[in-house]
Design a protein around this ligand. Structure first.
Ligand code: PAF
Length: 281
């Protein structure tokens, strides 16, 4: 595996692969990698000849009072993990490389960007769109792979590719969970031991809501029960049951449902979701 910091060196290396007719997959990450990231790499390898993973803790997706400074950084360990998983290139740029002066910084993240996480993190999706578009410009991958834990982010990235008419296939990977059901996340490292023992209740409450939905309980009842259970253990940000394709209210033509929620446990924000086929359609 080659580790490359400069855009010019990366593009030189990519030219070499392209001249050999090889396809390129990009796995963008913010590092401090765990098994879910490595499964993104595994998936990328099934879609392209060459896999580039990037590690960049993107300042523009953190609000001033968020955890940009504390966000875990562990590039040496990440390097070993990526190499072990067969990544071809690790792109490890610094901030000046990604954001030289005069970069476009406003992206239309659409109405989807204003919902759910967009309410409590109003600059987040703009920052994500900005950095992802920048990585797409630099790498011009054939394929890019993202996790489904941040389902809203995935939707916004797909929308960006469509709107900007980019020829990049966006592939997603289902949520990878710990044995007790907690969705893997770099931010789980912030949890204290006692919080870590409470955290799996989050996915349990979402699963209970899904089974209530499938058992035909009225949506308002499912939501009020789930909010009550979540509120007993966590600080609730949102809990919604929506059409998984539009992230708007379910209608008779909805085919897929998403149960999606964000909570805080101490200082740690946790998000999770379950997507499933709507019954009787
Ligand atoms: O999901 C993430 O880790 C980040 O939001 C991403 C897509 C790498 C952009 O910084």
């Amino acid at each position: 595996m080659r580790t490359i910091e400069a855009i010019g060196d990366l593009q030189e290396c990519l030219k070499h692969y392209r001249n050999q007719g090889k396809t390129i997959a990009l796995v963008p990450t913010m590092g401090s990698l765990h098994e879910a990231h490595l499964q993104l790499v595994d998936k990328a390898k099934t879609f392209a000849d060459v896999v580039i993973a990037s590690i960049f803790v993107n300042p523009t997706q953190f609000a001033p009072r968020e955890d940009f400074d504390e966000y875990p950084r562990n590039p040496e360990n990440d390097q070993k993990l990526l190499e072990g998983r067969g990544v071809d290139i690790l792109f490890l740029p610094n901030i000046a490389e990604i954001y030289p002066a005069n970069q476009i910084s406003d992206y239309d993240v659409g109405s989807i960007g204003a919902l759910l996480c967009g309410v409590s993190r109003p600059i987040f999706f703009n920052g994500v769109a900005q950095v992802v578009a920048r990585f797409f410009d630099i790498v011009e991958p054939d394929v890019a792979v993202f996790g489904e834990k941040d389902f809203q982010q995935l939707k916004i990235i797909k929308q960006l590719v469509e709107r900007q008419k980019r020829k990049i296939e966006i592939i997603s990977l289902g949520i990878v969970r710990e044995g007790d059901g907690l969705a893997m996340s770099t931010r789980n490292k912030y949890l204290s031991d006692s919080e870590r023992s409470v955290a799996p209740s989050f996915s349990k409450i979402l699963r209970q809501a899904k089974s209530n939905y499938e058992n035909g309980l009225a949506q308002e009842d499912i939501i009020s029960r789930a909010k009550k259970s979540l509120g007993d253990l966590f600080e609730l940000d949102y809990f919604e049951i929506l059409d998984a394709n539009t992230l708007t209210q379910i209608t008779t033509s909805s085919t897929d449902v998403i149960i999606v929620s964000a909570v805080k446990l101490g200082v740690t924000r946790i998000i999770d979701n379950i997507v499933f086929r709507r019954l009787n359609v």
